[in-house]
Design a protein around this ligand. Structure first.
Ligand SMILES: [Zn+2]
Length: 366
């Protein structure tokens, strides 16, 4: 019997619609002016001949404790587990419990504590700064949209068969890799590609993966969680993680094909977690201060290419440090060696860069 509490982003739709309805009778006022970050963005002059190629995968509804890389007893990461130069950061918490909060928050200069989703929509974000600094930025989306983050950078929708060549029951995340090599080959200089996954979005977990990824059975095949046992729901959910494991392994394969020509790296960050029946709670979107660990503890993974100047050993040593989505903004600016006069929002770094040769020389001279 199902007696659970279901928290879901879409549950707020009627309230939101009512507000919109009321707003339609309010006198119209001009939208507030777009806010710049008041920071110049410059790419550091560097001796190294390689350009940066970074793929940032924004995950959906993946919870950290269902990744075998983080100790989950089921083999949900069979492909990523075989990768060298991969780091799974085990202690990172999301900014929000919904896509609508977490995605803009991780790209925002504002830290979690001071984040306001309305002003973020109207303010420059990390992608804007990177683009201003000369980085080629591309956002590909197989989710709902970028939640405003990619409003001013090139955006491609992969939720339809017109753009996504891998659609069956629904369009698959793997389709976002189509034509990406040609995109890379057509650019000169630094490249950041953001891939926004459909990932593990519920409640129809069974629709999030092709049949060959149904390894954990019996899996819930209903859109109504009430029709299934908790074990069946978890089986279906774990199959979505298995599919994400495959997707990320193919992202890494693409980056390997571009190493060492590029300083290649992949970052994977889920937007929030998911309740799977613990204490009778399902789905996500609970108010943050009441939200269980399952909804806020997110998987974060880095893969570091052979010519990257991210220091693997030093970065690996940080894998169990407590951190938040604030690291995304800072890490992007740091990896692309973009300097601004903004102070970093995150207190602790995600990755450590190797010291520049000239910096070392300078230190020796002193
Ligand atoms: Zn989400």
């Amino acid at each position: 019997m199902f007696h659970g509490i279901m928290w879901q982003e879409v549950a707020s739709t009627p309230i939101y619609s009512a507000i919109q309805f009321a707003a339609s009778f309010a006198p119209t006022s001009a939208p507030p002016p777009f806010m710049g970050l008041d920071a110049m963005a410059n790419i550091l002059e560097s001796e190294d001949a390689h350009a940066e190629l970074v793929i940032l995968v924004v995950g959906e509804t993946a919870r950290a404790d269902h990744f075998s890389l983080n100790g989950y007893p089921r083999a949900t990461n069979p492909r990523l587990s075989l990768e060298a130069n991969l780091i799974s950061f085990s202690n990172i918490h999301s900014c929000g419990t919904s896509t609508a909060i977490s995605v803009p928050c991780m790209f925002s200069y504002s830290a979690h504590d001071g984040f306001d989703v309305k002003s973020a929509r109207n303010t420059e974000n990390g992608l804007d700064l990177l683009q201003k600094a000369g980085v080629n930025v591309l956002w590909r989306d197989n989710n709902s949209d970028s939640k405003g983050v990619a409003d001013r950078v090139p955006f491609e929708n992969f939720r339809s068969a017109e753009s996504n060549p891998v659609c069956d029951d629904e369009c698959r995340d793997i389709g976002m890799l189509d034509g990406l090599q040609a995109y890379i080959d057509g650019k000169s200089g630094d490249i950041l590609i953001v891939l926004h996954q459909m990932g593990s979005h519920g409640p129809a977990y069974h629709r999030r993966y092709p049949a060959e990824f149904e390894k954990f059975t019996p899996a819930c095949h209903s859109n109504e969680l009430a029709d299934c046992t908790q074990d069946e729901i978890i089986n279906a959910y774990d199959n979505t993680i298995l599919y994400t494991d495959y997707f990320l392994s193919q992202v890494i394969a693409l980056l390997k094909a571009n190493s060492p020509k590029y300083e290649a790296a992949m970052f994977y960050v889920s937007d929030h977690g998911e309740s799977l029946g613990e204490s009778g709670i399902y789905l996500h979107g609970m108010p943050y201060r009441f939200a269980p660990e399952a909804q806020t503890h997110v998987p974060v993974i880095a893969w570091i290419g052979s010519s990257s100047d991210i220091d693997y050993a030093q970065s690996l040593a940080l894998r169990n440090q407590a951190n938040s989505h604030d690291v995304v903004f800072d890490t992007l600016l740091e990896v692309f060696e973009v300097t601004t006069d903004l102070l970093p929002a995150a207190e602790v770094k995600l990755v450590v860069l190797e010291e520049e040769e000239d910096e070392k020389n300078h230190n020796v001279a002193r």
